[in-house]
Design a protein around this ligand. Structure first.
Ligand SMILES: [Zn+2]
Length: 306
């Protein structure tokens, strides 16, 4: 079965492994070869912006934001060039269709954490011109867009900044997807108010089943669906279970998430956002070439292909 995956962190892993081609990489959860084997029709490749606290952990010199973005984009662009028979950049639905007809997997480029936008509207256009078509407004820290998800109720309730609100409107005009994954609840509801186009939660699950603050409440799922948006089911163990300390990602838990999201938001709002190469634990479906295990189980559970 063909599918779209709205989030992976494979570019960051390639960067850490000093690879300039992601067609085949060992020691990662995903690469293009395994994506093709698994039926990926489109993959959203995130440029995850490491926060200062990660920089130490990630070791040797992570360059300044714009240089880091340039390097990760270059890894994808180099891969697109060398494997142009199998993979092509997409910047729109029309591109996705064109690539699909040509038998190619579409590669969308995204930025996870709007921090590098740095409160400057012209940076949005710069990233758009570099091929970026989705920005996750925040990661887990405050930035020029607003506040992140948090166990601190005050932070969780905080909304978008004045710049964040304006930037969301500008992203709508440009045709750049607004991603609320990682955002505070307050920020989410601001996006609902402001966004004229469908927005997405590229890799977030249901808080009713797993109380992680990264997940969406039923009210949020309804609002997202009413806006024509989608939420990508995240395979990371910490987002799947009632017990957020569990380290196992199971097909059963993923199906429970699909079932709940569909019952709350309808079948049009359920998407896939695996978070491959951004999550850790033990996985029943831990790479794209194992997606058939999930699809077979979904069929057995009564879901049809559509
Ligand atoms: Zn993430």
């Amino acid at each position: 079965m063909n599918y779209i995956d709205m989030h992976c962190d494979t570019l960051m892993q390639a960067f850490l492994l000093r690879k300039d081609d992601i067609y085949t990489i060992e020691k990662t959860m995903a690469d293009v070869k395994r994506m093709l084997a698994g039926g990926t029709e489109a993959q959203f490749f995130a440029i995850f912006m490491p926060p200062m606290s990660f920089r130490k952990k990630m070791g040797e010199g992570i360059p300044a934001d714009d240089e880091y973005i340039r390097i990760l984009r270059e890894i994808l662009w180099h891969t697109l060039e060398v494997h142009s028979d199998a993979l092509a950049w997409a910047g729109s639905f029309a591109d996705l269709e064109k690539n699909r007809i040509a038998g190619k997997c579409s590669a969308f480029l995204t930025i996870e954490d709007g921090r590098p936008v740095d409160g400057k509207m012209e940076k949005l256009e710069e990233y758009y011109n570099m091929g970026v078509r989705l920005i996750s407004l925040t990661w887990n820290e405050q930035n020029c867009f607003g506040f992140p998800n948090s166990v601190d109720p005050e932070i969780m309730a905080a909304g978008l900044t004045a710049f964040g609100k304006e930037a969301v409107m500008r992203m709508n005009e440009m045709g750049m997807l607004v991603d609320v994954s990682h955002l505070s609840d307050g920020g989410f509801w601001d996006v609902v108010q402001i966004c004229k186009s469908p927005f997405v939660a590229s890799h977030s699950n249901c808080r009713a089943l797993s109380p992680h603050t990264r997940n969406l409440t039923d009210e949020m799922i309804c609002a997202l669906a009413d806006h024509g948006g989608v939420a990508g089911i995240n395979f990371g163990p910490e987002f799947l279970h009632q017990d957020t300390s569990r380290k196992d990602s199971t097909v059963e838990a993923i199906i429970a998430q699909v079932r709940h999201m569909m019952s709350v938001g309808g079948e049009e709002c359920v998407a896939i956002g695996t978070d491959f190469d951004g999550v850790t634990g033990t996985f029943e479906v831990g790479s794209p070439d194992r997606m058939n295990i999930l699809f077979d189980a979904l069929k057995k559970a009564g879901f049809h292909e559509r």
